[in-house]
Design a protein around this ligand. Structure first.
Ligand SMILES: Cc1cc2nc3c(=O)[nH]c(=O)nc-3n(C[C@H](O)[C@H](O)[C@H](O)COP(=O)(O)OP(=O)(O)OC[C@H]3O[C@@H](n4cnc5c(N)ncnc54)[C@H](O)[C@@H]3O)c2cc1C
Ligand code: FES
Length: 244
């Protein structure tokens, strides 16, 4: 669904000014599941940029974006009242019903925390966030509002996995939701397999169309090749075959 957006606010979240929070009011109401994304058009760029919907209140969506190239740099410079064209919501989000009535760990690395923000509204009976950042944290207080036990690590993303693995000696988690860099997800996949914990991982691939037509975003899975934009970006934790 193509939507017209109006920038409501845009602010940097880190002192290095490399991550920003963009709130966009869309011209239509729509349902979304945490983990789904939108495709945002940027001027002079044929291909739209996929960005997770971090949160949604009415018609206003929140995006958390790291500047990596021209498209994200353009978005960082948009001002209140600017118009942006988006398509969405796209992809398959997290299935929150897996975590209801269970003890859930939600694990994020770097800008991978973006699609996990929405999970704080899922009303899990018992959940704990494990967030890892290479330097500054992103919206940590926001995560802690709902789950005060949130643990953050301002070191390498993998440290957060060590902490999660350590916690398994004393705590029982029945389901895990995660998003982060590929290396981190691969390690987490191994930990989950070893400890027989089911989960869902949101994975990232370079995308072009974002709607299933071009096959650029395919990844290997235990069930053959799948399109991250259409069958993902959220997959069963043991389904994706990471190349590393
Ligand atoms: C499902 C999904 C959700 C995402 N959610 C977020 C988010 O919430 N916040 C955030 O900061 N980033 C997110 N990303 C990564 C984001 O899409 C890229 O950083 C962005 O497209 C880079 O665009 P650019 O023009 O700044 O960089 P360029 O390097 O100029 O991009 C060139 C091309 O490569 C594609 N591309 C480049 N890097 C990526 C990447 N890592 N993943 C997918 N496509 C890429 C772009 O779409 C574009 O077509 C997400 C990616 C995917 C696949
Ligand atoms: S980006 Fe075109 S099929 Fe996924």
């Amino acid at each position: 669904m193509e939507l017209k957006g109006l920038v409501k606010s845009n602010e940097f979240l880190t002192s290095q000014r490399d991550v920003f929070q963009l709130r966009i009011e869309l011209n239509r109401e729509f349902e979304f599941k945490p983990g789904q994304f939108i495709n945002v058009y940027c001027p002079n760029k044929v291909l739209p940029r996929p960005i997770s919907i971090a949160d949604k209140e009415g018609n206003i969506i929140t995006l958390l974006v790291r500047i990596v190239g021209e498209g994200t740099d353009f978005l960082s410079k948009t001002k209140i009242g600017d118009r942006v064209k988006v398509i969405g919501p796209l992809g398959k989000g997290f299935n929150t019903s897996h975590g209801m009535d269970k003890k859930v760990a939600i694990i994020g690395g770097g800008i991978g925390v973006a699609p996990l923000l929405g999970l704080r509204k899922a009303n899990f009976k018992d959940a704990k966030y494990y967030l890892g950042f290479n330097s500054e944290g992103i919206l940590v207080e926001e995560f802690k509002k709902v789950y005060p036990t949130t643990i953050t690590y301002l070191t390498e993303d993998t440290t957060v996995l060590e902490a999660f693995e350590e916690s398994l000696k004393t705590e029982v988690y029945n389901f895990v939701y995660a998003c982060g860099p590929e290396g981190m997800l691969k390690k987490l996949q191994d930990i989950l397999q070893k400890n027989k914990i089911p989960g869902e991982l949101s994975v990232e691939k370079k995308m072009a169309c974002g709607v299933g037509g071009c096959l650029i975003c395919t990844c290997e899975t235990t069930k053959g090749k799948k399109r991250v934009c259409k069958e993902g970006p959220v997959f069963d934790s043991q389904e994706v075959l990471f190349s590393e």
